[in-house]
Design a protein around this ligand. Structure first.
Ligand SMILES: [Zn+2]
Length: 157
């Protein structure tokens, strides 16, 4: 008989209503100084500027809080379907909504990730420490190449 995998739907394995609020209470990001906030508000009057966050998946800098997504590093569906993850999260007070399983990320990466595991989980946990640097290196290399192509060959011409 082809049995469907058993999905446990206890409270600890469900999305909670307050995980977003709890995440931002815990992780204040990089605070933007009030003087800079005032300046930014003049330029973009309808945005919310408090602090900067870095997407752990792509390294993008995020400053518009309403647009920041709080992602479950081990996605809820994945946890419901995977025995060892279920066992692990059942031991935590907030289950899958425990702070250790939450991370602020950009909308784009959240959409791409879905319920994938593996490298996405690794980046979810450690990406904030190295993805911004990788992104900066990539941007600088592209800039260098562009500058070289534009001016590099015309020297002494
Ligand atoms: Zn991202």
């Amino acid at each position: 008989m082809n049995k469907k995998p058993y999905i446990e739907r206890t409270k600890t394995l469900k999305r909670s209503h307050d995980y977003r609020r709890r995440y931002f209470e815990h992780d204040k990001g990089w605070q933007i100084p009030p003087s800079v906030q005032g300046f930014l508000l003049k330029v973009f009057p309808n945005k919310a500027f408090e602090s900067l966050y870095f997407c752990p998946y792509c390294g993008r800098v995020m400053w518009d809080k309403p647009k920041i997504v709080v992602d479950h590093i081990h996605s809820i569906r994945r946890v419901q379907y995977t025995k060892h993850l279920r066992e692990h999260f059942k031991t935590l007070p907030d289950g899958v909504n425990h702070i250790s399983n939450l991370v602020a990320c950009c909308v784009r990466c959240n959409g791409k990730k879905g319920k994938k595991g593996g490298l996405w989980v690794f980046r979810g946990i450690y990406g904030r420490y190295f993805m911004p640097i990788i992104r900066l290196i990539l941007i600088l290399s592209v800039l260098t190449i562009v500058i070289f192509l534009a001016y590099g060959t015309t020297v002494n011409a």
